[in-house]
Design a protein around this ligand. Structure first.
Ligand code: SAH
Ligand code: SF4
Ligand code: F3S
Length: 454
């Protein structure tokens, strides 16, 4: 079979984990001779990499799929794939719902795309959702950016937060070896990437499943050890990591972040609720006092650190008073950014079948009030940048103003300034901040830092 000049299209929903998986799957498809098509209607292989964290994320996929399923009746050799978390959650049920599908594959099977597609081309309809040991990907991902890159360090999640589908759809924790992670980062450094974000749903759990304990009885491989191990990779100038769980965020990790110059002063540590009773029912395993202590320690070591988080409003039985404890925490901490969501009952999770679910009206009212507070506080937090000199890693052109480029500060604030993207892409530029908004900044370039690549 000739695969040259055949086209593929991928639409990705959901979190950074899914985006990283999509980049690897795109790499596999290109390795097989397929070419990227921006327009799904011109593609011979269409892959939806799906998310099911909330009901609206899941529903979006069905409307996209409906359109392509129709197209398949006119173009029978069109290959339709659903990958990711909806695929894992629904499995064969998806085939009953959309019989036109050729392949349903869970997130653990992303690296097996070539094998699975071969089975499809041999005439089979394939469902790959059984739990497996994730194999190292030997093909090169097709990365969207040439400046920043994601590197998986741990797959899956062993927590059991009572609202969350992730453990069901992503499976148990599987850490990659420090050697494999470092090798991937070295390759990125050679290719000119300047920033790496280490990824895991619960990244602080890194290494718990790897063999080896220290004489003091702790795991030999922890996120902290990993940061020290990869820190000197040539070419990589910035290192970030996400997502952190408050339960495992140690002072040792905070000290490492303060000590290691490439690790950026931005921490994404979801708290979900500011009320201890709600936290308990969510099975999060910490109190709001513990959360506050972590942030306090971070700020003792790195006074200017940016803190972002996720929060859920309207968890079953949440009272007005308990919700106000979330508002209070948000106000006290002073978040630089917060992802907020109204609680959405998810299939197969304990909280979905509890009594005392709150009405949509109450949830959306609380969400609005929280969002309003977040915007006010983020705007206040932005004030501190006014007049300051910030280092910005240039990623792209400003899509709304072609005379400007955009990038991020070490603290992850989006920053715009006048400049030519052809000259500045991938450069670290000192920028004098002259305008501040809640979630972005504008400034004047002062100096381009010359990075000597080794
Ligand atoms: N592992 C991360 C978050 C993963 S999911 C953590 O432990 O925090 C990303 C975010 O989606 C969560 O932080 C939570 O705020 C939100 N979320 C997860 N399940 C949800 C649900 N059922 N309803 C609403 N929001 C949810
Ligand atoms: Fe979901 Fe909790 Fe795991 Fe985060 S830690 S992915 S919220 S179960
Ligand atoms: Fe969504 Fe799956 Fe990520 S459910 S948030 S894509 S882990």
């Amino acid at each position: 079979m000739t695969t040259s000049r055949r086209h593929y299209h991928i639409t990705t929903f959901g979190c950074q984990m899914n985006k990283a998986d999509s980049e690897r799957m795109a790499g596999i498809l290109e390795d097989m001779g397929f070419e990227w098509s921006e327009d799904p209607n011109q593609a011979d292989v269409i892959l939806y990499n799906t998310c099911t964290i909330r009901d609206n994320a899941e529903q979006k996929v069905y409307s996209y799929l409906g359109r392509q399923a129709k197209r398949k009746h006119e173009q029978p050799d069109l290959t339709l794939i659903v990958a990711g978390c909806v695929a894992q959650q629904e499995g064969e049920a998806l085939l009953r719902r959309v019989p036109e599908l050729d392949l349903v594959m869970g997130p653990q099977h992303a690296n097996r795309l070539q094998d699975l597609l071969q089975q499809v081309f041999d005439g089979n309809q394939v469902v790959a959702t059984e739990p497996i040991h994730i194999i190292e990907d030997i093909t090169k991902p097709r990365r969207d950016s040439k400046v920043t890159a994601w590197v998986n360090v741990i797959y899956g999640c062993n927590e059991r937060c009572t609202y969350c589908v992730v453990p069901n759809v992503r499976g148990v924790e599987q850490s990659r070896t420090p050697e494999a992670i470092r090798a991937e980062m070295e390759e990125l450094g050679r290719q000119g990437y300047k920033e790496v974000t280490l990824l895991g749903q619960n990244i602080d759990a890194y290494g718990r499943d790897l063999p080896g304990v220290t004489p003091e009885g702790r795991h030999q491989h922890t996120l902290t050890d990993l940061l020290y191990y990869v820190h000197d990779v040539p070419g990589v100038e910035r290192i970030r990591f996400a997502t952190s769980h408050p339960r495992y965020f140690t002072e040792r990790l905070i000290r490492a972040c303060a000590e290691l110059p490439k690790v950026c002063e931005h921490f994404h540590i979801p708290f979900q609720s500011g009320d201890n009773e709600v936290l308990k029912r969510m099975a999060r395993g910490y109190t709001h006092e513990k959360y506050r202590r972590i942030i306090k320690t971070i700020r003792e070591y790195m006074p200017d650190a940016a803190i972002s988080a996720d929060a859920i409003v309207g968890f079953p039985t949440e009272t007005e008073e308990q919700f106000e404890n979330t508002l209070k925490l948000v106000e006290d901490i002073g978040f630089d950014q917060l992802n907020t969501a109204a609680y959405s009952p998810r299939p197969g999770t304990p909280a979905a079948v509890w009594e005392n679910q709150l009405s949509e009206e109450v949830k959306s009212d609380r969400l609005q009030r929280l969002n309003h507070l977040v915007a006010t506080i983020a705007a206040e937090r932005s004030q501190r940048y006014m007049g300051r000199l910030e280092e910005v890693l240039v990623e792209d052109q400003n899509p709304k103003d072609k005379t400007q480029v955009m990038g991020r500060t070490r603290t992850n604030r989006l920053t715009f300034f006048t400049g030519d993207i052809n000259e500045l892409k991938g450069k670290l530029v000192k920028v004098r901040i002259s305008e501040v908004r809640a979630f972005s900044l504008t400034g004047e370039p002062v100096e381009v830092r010359e990075v000597v690549s080794v």
